[in-house]
Design a protein. Structure first.
Length: 695
């Protein structure tokens, strides 16, 4: 008897697990339809929330061909310091690289400043006899017996993960490769990570911090991915399980288990990927991707049609965070979300966040036992949320509970009315969110006022017009289903492999044959990796960059290098591209000072089919009567108090419909606030295009 071949589904399914909500989006190529589901995150067993969301979307895992996943599990493990007991094996004499760091003092006049706290205690940083120089030459052979003895000793002490960092392994990884083999054979149950697998760049502190973080995360993230993988198998899923990277691309779950550091910003990166796709669709070259959920607000930038990338980030903040040296979308975030708790601090200062009520117990108005006022409670008290239509009526918000929490925690200590307290919370939250947008624009030499803002996340549309006013942004775009937009963005993600090779050479001495050889090796590796993927991309392209600096400088800027510069061997063109990038980042450039190359970068992208969006013909400006949900009093500070504000059902608005503020536009997982003086029009794709009025 012949066993039937298991049938693989057709749908592309995406799950974005956030701190408060878990969002599901699915695209069926056969019908062209997109399905959505949303549920509260289940912190103690995240996979339960995913399954509930899939069920609410009317789907099943067995119907999917691709399962795309983004999660906060990696970043939360790092920030909350709940990872594995970790040790480091490093070159003799260099165990303290990790703790010494850069010896910089970012806050020079702060008497209470504290340096970063390493993830690995000094007692578990073990030195090994070996040495390779910066040219990749072996000076001291690896003592293999020391590696085996150290691994056995660490296993006996209950160590769960080992990071391996030997000096200059970015140039020659042979000692790390051999040590990796020894540790795995000696201690097969310990998670092991070597620095050359993650980074091929110089700077030993950053490399140490990166591999230590990867090892620290490894056991928990691998167990989490195994749990999802097992649940998928039990549900009859026969397709490919892919994880969204911080670069916005996707990679195989087996690679994610080993290189989990690459999924630190996987959820937010999905949103930026969606914003890039939307920008291309509606002809926006430059846009700010603004994502506000229940726990945090995040911002990234689309510049000249592509997300702005970075070669690394300080996880935990610039002052006392730990560096991670991997290619990622330049995303900055702040602990201001719908669930952010407002409190009065010593001295009578009102503060919002970074503590969040999360999914459990949630804001006071959720009625799950929360007793502290949050941003969501403030929005409810100001009339911006309908208590009987939250999440399409699935949840009824308790306005009396919100008022009690606000009165007890804020109004009485500060002598404010409910309205004053709620308005104050929103103004503080707006200032915090505007600051995080400046971090990815003004701090990078860009003017936020030159960009449109694409706002999404459950709370993004509620606050977008306030943030836009703060930053002098004139246009805000609210995409379809903004509460599910990060999950939808994952459906628009491509395969992506990023490679870096440190290569110190003055530009005027660089040989194009050598440049081409290095780039070609990286591009070939990326193409081979993507071609081996279970789901074949439509097309594979490669983009080249270089980290460059003026001779005598310490730090470099990343420069995009079009392929035609190499075809024509245009050295002057490369220099002009560097000068332009330097001028954007630092405000000046010097055409007469020679430049040097520090590192070469390649991004290999396997382009996947995107869910199509149908362009519709524009209708009359006046919304149909069925789109109107009546009026309700809503507070607008600019108007001096509560205003009787018309409310619309977004599902019944048609392309071409025009709404002037003040107004509220409600949909399943979000509410868009249109301020007095603003003008909103529905475009041909169903996006809400808001022109911000000027005071």
């Amino acid at each position: 008897m012949t066993t039937p071949t298991p049938q693989i589904g057709t749908q592309r399914l995406a799950a974005d697990v956030g701190g408060t909500f878990t969002d599901i989006a699915a695209f069926d190529p056969k019908t062209g339809l997109v399905h959505y589901g949303k549920t509260l995150t289940t912190p103690h067993r995240l996979v339960d929330g995913i399954e509930t969301g899939v069920t609410k979307a009317g789907l099943s895992f067995g119907e999917a061909r691709l399962f795309l996943h983004g999660s906060t599990v990696a970043i939360n493990t790092l920030l909350e310091r709940t990872g594995a007991r970790t040790a480091i094996l490093t070159t003799r004499g260099f165990r303290d690289i990790y703790e010494i760091g850069r010896v910089n003092r970012p806050d020079a006049y702060n008497l209470f400043f504290r340096k970063h706290k390493p993830l690995v205690d000094r007692a578990f940083r073990i030195e090994i006899d070996e040495r390779i120089n910066a040219a990749g030459e072996v000076l001291t052979a690896l003592d293999e017996d020391q590696v085996a003895i150290a691994a056995e000793h660490l296993a006996d002490m209950g160590i769960e993960a080992i990071a391996i960092l030997f000096l200059h392994s970015y140039r020659n990884p042979q000692h790390e490769i051999r040590a990796l083999e020894i540790v795995r054979s000696t201690c097969p149950n310990i998670f092991v990570s070597a620095s050359h697998e993650l980074s091929q760049e110089y700077r030993e502190f950053e490399r140490t911090s990166t591999v230590a973080a990867n090892a620290y995360l490894g056991p928990r993230v691998a167990a989490y991915l195994d749990e999802i993988d097992g649940r998928l198998a039990d549900a009859g899923f026969k397709g490919s399980f892919l994880v969204v990277q911080s670069s916005g691309g996707v990679y195989d779950v087996d690679q994610a288990r080993k290189e989990c550091i690459r999924m630190l910003e996987s959820g937010p990166a999905g949103g930026v990927a969606g914003a890039r796709s939307l920008s291309e669709e509606i002809g926006l070259g430059d846009a700010i991707a603004f994502d506000m959920g229940g726990t945090t607000a995040k911002a990234g930038v689309i510049h000249s049609g592509e997300p702005v990338m970075t070669g690394g980030s300080m996880i935990g903040g610039y002052l006392d965070g730990l560096p991670v040296q991997i290619p990622m979308i330049d995303i900055q975030e702040v602990g201001t979300g719908g669930g952010s708790i407002a409190r009065v601090e010593t001295g009578g200062a009102l503060r919002v966040g970074p503590r969040s009520a999360g999914a459990s117990p949630g804001p006071a108005c959720y009625g799950f036992g929360g007793s502290e006022p949050t941003v969501t409670d403030a929005n409810l008290l100001l009339g911006r949320l309908a208590p009987d239509r939250f999440l399409g009526g699935e949840m009824t918000l308790d306005i009396e509970a919100a008022a009690r929490a606000m009165e007890e925690k804020i109004c009485q200590p500060l002598g404010l009315t409910l309205t004053e307290a709620a308005d104050g919370i929103l103004r503080i939250a707006t200032a915090s969110m505007a600051h995080v947008v400046r971090q990815v624009t003004t701090d990078r030499g860009l003017d936020a006022a030159d960009f449109a803002m694409i706002a999404y996340g459950g709370a993004g549309p509620l606050h977008a017009t306030m943030v836009a006013r703060e930053l002098r942004i004139s246009k805000v775009v609210i995409p379809h289903s903004p509460g599910h937009f990060s999950a939808f963005g994952m459906l628009a993600s491509d395969y992506r492999r990023d490679y870096v090779r440190t290569w110190f050479t003055q530009l005027n001495q660089a040989l194009f044959t050598e440049l081409e050889a290095i780039y070609t090796v990286m591009e070939t590796e990326g193409r081979t990796s993507i071609e081996e993927a279970a789901e074949k991309p439509q097309m594979i392209i490669a983009r080249r960059q270089a980290d460059m600096r003026y001779v005598g400088q310490e730090h470099a800027v990343t420069v995009d290098l079009p392929l035609e510069l190499f075809a024509s061997e245009d050295r002057d063109g490369i220099k002009r591209a560097f000068d332009a990038a330097h001028r954007i980042n630092y405000g000046y450039a010097d055409e007469h000072v020679p430049a040097e190359i520090v590192s070469l970068r390649v991004s290999v992208i396997g382009q996947m089919a995107k869910p199509p969006r149908e362009r519709q013909s524009l209708r009359q400006p006046e919304p149909a009567a069925g789109a109107q949900l009546g009026n309700r009093p809503t507070y607008f500070r600019e108007s001096g108090g509560f205003v009787d504000t018309p409310t619309f059902n977004r599902l019944n608005l048609q392309p071409g419909n025009l709404v002037r503020g003040p107004a509220l536009i409600e949909e399943y997982a979000s509410t868009t606030v249109i301020q007095p003086g603003d003008r909103m029009e529905v475009d041909a794709f169903g996006n809400l295009i808001i022109e911000i009025g000027r005071s």
